[in-house]
Each structure stands twice: as C-alpha cells, then as structure tokens.
Ligand binder design. Structure first.
Ligand SMILES: *[C@@H]1O[C@H](CO)[C@@H](O)[C@H](O)[C@H]1NC(C)=O
Ligand SMILES: *[C@@H]1O[C@H](CO)[C@@H](O)[C@H](O)[C@H]1NC(C)=O
Ligand SMILES: *[C@@H]1O[C@H](CO)[C@@H](O)[C@H](O)[C@H]1NC(C)=O
Ligand SMILES: *[C@@H]1O[C@H](CO)[C@@H](O)[C@H](O)[C@H]1NC(C)=O
Ligand SMILES: [Zn+2]
Length: 455
C-alpha cells in the first residue's frame, strides 16, 4: 500500500501538471461527501475505476498452471495518468475511493458488473489514410474514421500504405497517425509500400526506423503478388539487414512486414535467405498467410515451426470468408505455438478478388471491426477461452513488436482497456490511455465523426 500511495502521489502531480496544459478538470465532489452522478463522458477524469468486472489478459507468471490461465481475475481496475494505477482486490476498492474523496481529483467509478475486461486491441495493419485504387481513381478507399476504429475496439494501430505508393504518401500517413494519437489512440506506422525501391520519409529505410519514433519497420512489401515489384534475393537480403541494424540501434524490433500474394513462388525467397544468411527469422513478418489457399497455409505452418511470425487477415464476414477462423482452429488443434500468430483487420484496404485469368470479379473494403469480430467468433461460435482468443490482437503483436506497456492489463501498463458485454462480446466501453473513447449507450456515434483533427 505504501508503494501504491507513493505512485498515486506522483500521479496527482502528473495530472496537475498535465491539466495546466489545455484542459480544465471539473471536480466531482460536493460538501455532503457523496459522489454526484457522473458528468457527461465527453469530459476528462483524472481517475476512473472499473468495479466488478472479469479481467482477462494479465501477464502470465512463469509458474501459473495452464488451467488458471483461462480463469478471469476478479480485480477492480484503477486508471490514472493514462496508466493502470492498480489492479485492486475488490474488497478494498470502496475504502480506496473513500480515502481519496477529499482530494482535488475528479474520479469516475464505473460499475461493470460481471462484464469482460480485456486489453485494448492492437491492429498491426490499418490503411489509415486509405488504400486501394486498383480499379482506377474512383476505387481509392477512404481515410479511416476515428469512430469506426473505436467501435472496433482498436486502441493501438500501426498505419500502412499499400499498392499505391505514389499518390498516397508516407508524410500524409505520419501526420494521420499523429492526429489519431492526439485523439487517444496509440499509433505507429510502417515505412515503404508494396514495391522496391522502397519509398521512405527521409531517404533511407535505416534512417526512417532510426530517426522517426513511429516507424517500426517497412511494409507491406509485396512478395509473390502480381502487384509486387518482384525484389531479387540480394535486394531482400539488403533490406532485411538494413532493418535489423536500424532496429538494433533504435531499440525497436526492426521487421519487414511482407504482404504475401498467391503466386506459386510463395515464400521461397525467404527460405533461401534464411539458409544463406545469419539474418534471424524474427525480422520477417508475413501477412495474409491464411487467405491465399491451402498451399500458403502449409507454408505458414512450416514458418511457425521454424520460429517465424505470421499475421492472418481477419475474415471479412460480408464476403463469407472463414479461412482465418478455420486456420486458427486447425493450428490450435495441432498445438502449434499460437504466440507466433497475430490477427489484423487490413482496414480501409481494398479486397479485390480476381478470377484465374487475373480479371477483377469483385471489389470491397475492410473495416476495422473485423479484428474484434474474429475474437467474438472464436469465443461464441468455436468455444475458445477468452484468454486464448484475445492473444492474437493483444499480447502477441505487442510482445513481438516490442510495444512497451501495451497488450496486457497490469499495474504500470497503459490504460488501454476494452469492456465487453459478456453475452455477445460487443464493446461497452473503450479506454485509450485512461480516457473514455466510446460509450455507445451514452454518446451518439456521430459525435465522434468530426473529432479527428479537432484542436
Ligand atoms: C459535454 O456534453 C454536455 C451535454 O451534451 C454539454 O452540455 C457540455 O458542454 C459538454 N462539455 C464539453 C467539455 O464539451
Ligand atoms: C535449406 O537448407 C536445408 C539443409 O541444408 C535444405 O534441406 C533445404 O532444401 C534448403 N532450403 C532451401 C529453400 O534452399
Ligand atoms: C454469403 O452467404 C449468404 C448465405 O449463404 C448468401 O446469401 C450471400 O450471397 C453470400 N455472400 C457472398 C458475398 O457470397
Ligand atoms: C449484452 O448483450 C445482450 C445480448 O445482446 C443484451 O441483451 C444486453 O442488454 C447487453 N448488456 C448490456 C449491458 O448492454
Ligand atoms: Zn496486403
């Protein structure tokens, strides 16, 4: 408790400094000593306490038995200063709230009786300024909407360019990621696009990774795809060494995120590079691995067994896709290490479908709620334990990409939190760095439509 109070005091200091920035905090406190009803959720609070929920996604302790892993923790979650201040024993929470009632803090206790509390989702593949364009100018996809990102439960996103690295620019993407960061999400990005020589912000891949905090690596670099520039093995070796060294120097994981197409060459070049060089497999992060047929899924299985990381694009329900859910079920039954798999939405990317002669037969766009829908499907339709189903968009990407204080719920982690309805797993609350991002039942969706870019 001593430690807690000390941390708490520093948070008060942090909050008071922060509040001088630009916000006015209103005190939720009256002379009678009773808490008033909460003011509208469009205001900021210095402390929010979630009581009565079932918490999943805490870091695994080395000696935890497997069966404990799937049990929720009955803890109350105290958020302050953008972080999780405490995961509190529920029996102590009322006394804690009472003890600070006379402070200068605005506090909002929210009872989430028996609902599910998980870490905010991390989506590594979001075309945040739009993508597509493969059917000519009219087929460019629109820029991301903050409201849709929040409704999809995403609190951390990694922005990405795609096929079009000419009329879509990295500087525009970087600015968009800064804007979303201002709005309460946490954001990173990939430099480059589908093709080589890769487009960059500063003139080189190494400089982008090393000098620009938000750049984690390069992507999505297309391989075995008719829209790829078919990089040679030596060009790929060079890029992979560059990203590895830049990652080492900047303290990032330093990876290339490879978009996999459906050409029969699959990931052959990468296998050869692994054979011929000492570049570790950790720097090669493959995506769309479950969406291009059984041959590529077989490669995904080999890649994971070799220690590599695969990303699966969430199934688009409107297209009746089931590849990702099926592959996850299969790999789980085979007891593959699921930690080496992530699931992302490919939101705002185009989903063109071609026939065998390469003619386009349909064209649609992914939305950012596909990641959460994957979790809902795994749990509700395929009886996965919540703890296992959430890892693909929480712990796994955060750990692999070395995103500090993301992906788990524990003291000191960022207060990126999702409260889900325990019956249908729809989001009830989304918190980004300790602030409420969305409350569907309290705030109309359209209130958020214009927020991105507000002062
Ligand atoms: C919050 O919303 C309420 C009710 O819609 C409004 O009266 C108030 O001015 C808003 N406060 C801020 C800080 O925008
Ligand atoms: C990599 O090396 C192993 C062992 O020498 C060999 O069996 C395999 O065929 C090689 N793979 C490729 C793609 O070169
Ligand atoms: C998806 O499946 C439903 C029901 O089987 C069908 O009516 C619909 O046309 C399918 N949609 C697509 C895009 O194939
Ligand atoms: C949770 O979902 C169920 C089923 O959709 C619904 O009946 C219930 O009202 C929801 N609970 C909350 C708190 O929204
Ligand atoms: Zn792609």
């Amino acid at each position: 408790m001593q430690n807690l109070l000390y941390f708490f005091a520093s948070i008060i200091f942090y909050c008071s400094v922060r509040s001088q920035d630009h916000r006015q905090y209103r005190q939720v406190h009256d002379a009678s000593g009773r808490l008033q009803p909460p003011p509208p959720f469009n205001e900021s609070y210095q402390m929010i306490v979630l009581t009565g929920g079932k918490v999943y996604g805490t870091p695994v302790e080395a000696n935890t038995a497997t069966e404990d892993l799937c049990m929720p923790h009955r803890k109350d979650v105290v958020m302050a200063g953008g972080r999780i201040l405490s995961m509190m024993e529920p029996s102590k929470t009322a006394a804690f709230i009472n003890s600070i009632r006379d402070s200068q803090l605005t506090i909002l206790p929210i009872s989430v009786q028996d609902q599910i509390i998980i870490p905010g989702l991390v989506d590594v593949h979001v075309h945040a300024i739009g993508g597509g364009g493969e059917q000519g100018p009219y087929s460019r996809t629109p820029e991301s909407h903050l409201s849709q990102l929040i409704r999809g439960g995403l609190t951390t996103i990694v922005g990405i360019l795609g096929t079009d690295g000419v009329t879509r620019s990295l500087s525009s993407l970087l600015q968009k990621m800064k804007s979303l960061e201002h709005d309460g999400l946490s954001t990173w990005m990939w430099t480059g696009s589908y093709r080589i020589p890769i487009v960059t912000l500063t003139g080189s891949l190494q400089q982008d990774v090393l000098l620009i905090d938000k750049v984690l690596g390069a992507g999505e670099l297309a391989l075995s795809d008719h829209r790829s520039s078919w990089p040679s093995k030596s060009e790929l070796k060079q890029l992979l060494s560059d990203v590895r060294v830049a990652g080492m120097l900047s303290g990032k994981s330093g990876v290339i995120h490879f978009h996999m197409g459906s050409a029969p060459t699959k990931i052959d070049l990468l296998w050869q590079i692994l054979n011929e060089t000492t570049i570790p497999i950790q720097h090669m992060y493959l995506t769309h691995m479950s969406s291009r047929g059984d041959d590529l899924i077989a490669e995904a299985r080999k890649w994971i067994k070799a220690g590599g990381m695969c990303d699966f694009t969430a199934d688009a329900e409107m297209l009746n896709e089931t590849d990702t859910i099926n592959t996850l079920n299969k790999f789980r039954a085979e007891k593959l290490p699921l930690k080496q798999i992530t699931v992302s939405s490919d939101a705002y990317g185009s989903f063109p479908q071609y026939d065998s002669s390469g003619r386009l037969i349909s064209y649609s766009m992914g939305l950012p709620d596909l990641t959460l829908r994957t979790i809902q499907n795994l749990v509700l339709k395929h009886s996965w334990p919540v703890e296992e189903a959430i890892q693909f968009s929480t712990a796994n990407p955060a750990t692999y990409l070395n995103l500090k204080r993301k992906g788990f719920l524990a003291e000191g982690y960022d207060a990126d939190i999702l409260v889900l309805n325990q019956t249908d797993l729809s989001p009830l609350y989304v918190f980004g760095r300790g602030q409420i991002l969305k409350t569907p039942t309290w705030i109309k969706h359209d209130m958020f439509e214009h927020i991105s870019g507000s002062p």
